[in-house]
Write a protein that binds this ligand. Structure first.
Ligand SMILES: [Zn+2]
Length: 151
């Protein structure tokens, strides 16, 4: 595997383990040239997951888009990129299990929220505020009450 930092072609594997109940192999790799470490995920090649949008159009599921949303929500929350990547993969795997080939765009946000709830509550609220487009303080407060277990 080529190093993403310096493009050295041969990076050694430091650690391998199965995640997602054995469907994915996660590998830590280290570059012998620049010393940087990075993570790769190995999965059986799957059919592209299609996203059905509100307007009826379809596009291919883009995990980077999801990862971006998670990174933004976890800004300054001291979460490693690794853990966010694992979270994004987990969300995708759950969606694939539930919907197989075509997932409504709404379900992606809901699945992300469901997993963020246990991952980081501040990130959850941030993600929810963007995703649900809280329009007033009342809906925001309602979400906080749900989190606090008042509902
Ligand atoms: Zn390197």
């Amino acid at each position: 595997m080529r190093c993403p930092y310096c493009s050295t072609p041969d990076c050694r594997v430091i650690d391998s383990r199965a995640v997602d109940g054995g469907r994915t192999i996660k590998r830590r790799r280290g570059c012998s040239s620049c010393g940087n470490r990075f993570t790769t995920f190995e999965t059986v090649e799957q059919m592209p997951l299609m996203v059905l949008k509100h307007d009826g159009s379809r596009q291919i599921f883009d995990i980077n888009k999801l990862l971006n949303g998670l990174i933004r929500s976890c800004d300054k929350r001291d979460k490693s990129l690794d853990s966010l990547m694992a979270l994004a993969h987990n969300i995708e795997q759950n969606l694939r299990q539930r919907y197989e080939q075509e997932v409504p765009s709404k379900a992606i946000g809901e699945e992300a929220l469901a997993q963020l709830k246990d991952f980081d509550q501040v990130a959850y609220i941030r993600f929810a505020s963007v995703y649900r487009r809280f329009t007033d303080i009342q809906s925001f407060k309602k979400e906080l009450d749900v989190l606090a277990g008042h509902e």
